[in-house]
Write a protein that binds this ligand. Structure first.
Ligand code: SF4
Length: 271
């Protein structure tokens, strides 16, 4: 590992946090709703997935017992706007049944019942639970699982920051575990630096860091680091309506350019 790299990632995080701010409840909802959103958002936009969760909430279908006992068509009706609605309606019901079979009545109870090393492999066996979904549920729906969520946004941002000494192939989809482990090691090597910042006292420090690091990278990709025509030297794009810091960020008076534009290796005139 490059001796400077934990410090580099910390500096990058600080630049993002200074620019976007810190939102302790960045991913909204109860633990069950967070898990539902993580499933519904697969290949779907955030606002459609979150709206479906609100519809499920209105139909009193956000608990595992309610989902397991509901008619599949009622679940489908509530989530009909999400991509692959019929498949996801069936999955939600199957997942609710499997967690209940394990003797847990909610995701909060499930996630508090065992260690990350025990739960992660089991979650990966649930229908529709790939690595990204599993880690998002562990990190945001639970309070004791410090894992870094690797998503397309993180890969994109890291691919444009050549100075971070990433392992070979870490940015390929097959390199998921490599990139996750790399980021987790980087953060753990620099914990004294992160301790100088303010994080919620009711969540273990590493969980709070991995949540906010992931959130900041999503914000960066959403506002500035677009797949095409990134906004390196100009005001960021408007964010998701109603979504924590996103909606109100990148107003003319607070945003002039990407917070990483000084250190990024990507062409700065890409507009
Ligand atoms: S400077 Fe441009 S390419 Fe680099 S992180 Fe920012 S938006 Fe992305």
């Amino acid at each position: 590992m490059h001796p400077e790299s934990p410090r580099q990632l910390f500096d990058l995080y600080c630049s993002l946090r200074e620019h976007f701010g810190f939102a302790p409840q960045w991913w909204p909802g109860t633990p069950d709703e967070i898990a539902l959103t993580a499933i519904l958002v697969q290949q779907c936009s955030w606002d459609v997935a979150w709206d479906a969760v609100l519809q499920l909430r209105e139909s009193r279908l956000t608990t595992l017992a309610a989902l397991a006992g509901a008619e599949e068509q009622h679940i489908h009706q509530a989530i009909r706007r999400v991509t692959f609605g019929p498949t996801k309606a069936k999955r939600l019901q199957q997942i609710a049944g499997l967690v209940l079979e394990r003797g847990k009545t909610s995701f909060a109870e499930l996630l508090n019942s065992a260690s990350t090393t025990e739960l992660r492999p089991w979650l990966l066996t649930l229908p529709g639970f790939g690595r990204e979904t599993t880690d998002a549920v562990l990190l945001y729906a639970g309070n004791q699982h410090p894992v870094f969520v690797v998503d397309a946004y993180a890969r994109r941002v890291f691919s444009r920051l050549d100075s971070l000494p990433l392992p070979d192939k870490a940015l390929k989809p097959a390199g998921y575990e490599m990139l996750r482990t790399f980021v987790e090691q980087q953060v753990r090597s620099a914990l004294p630096l992160y301790r100088q910042l303010e994080f919620p006292a009711d969540v273990p420090l590493e969980v709070a860091i991995f949540r906010d690091l992931h959130a900041q990278l999503v914000e960066l990709a959403r506002h500035h680091c677009h797949r095409n025509r990134p906004r390196c030297q100009r005001q960021g794009a408007v964010g998701w309506p109603g979504y924590a810091i996103c909606e109100n960020h990148c107003l003319p008076e607070i945003c002039g350019r990407c917070p990483l534009s000084e250190t990024c290796d990507f062409p700065q005139d890409a507009e």
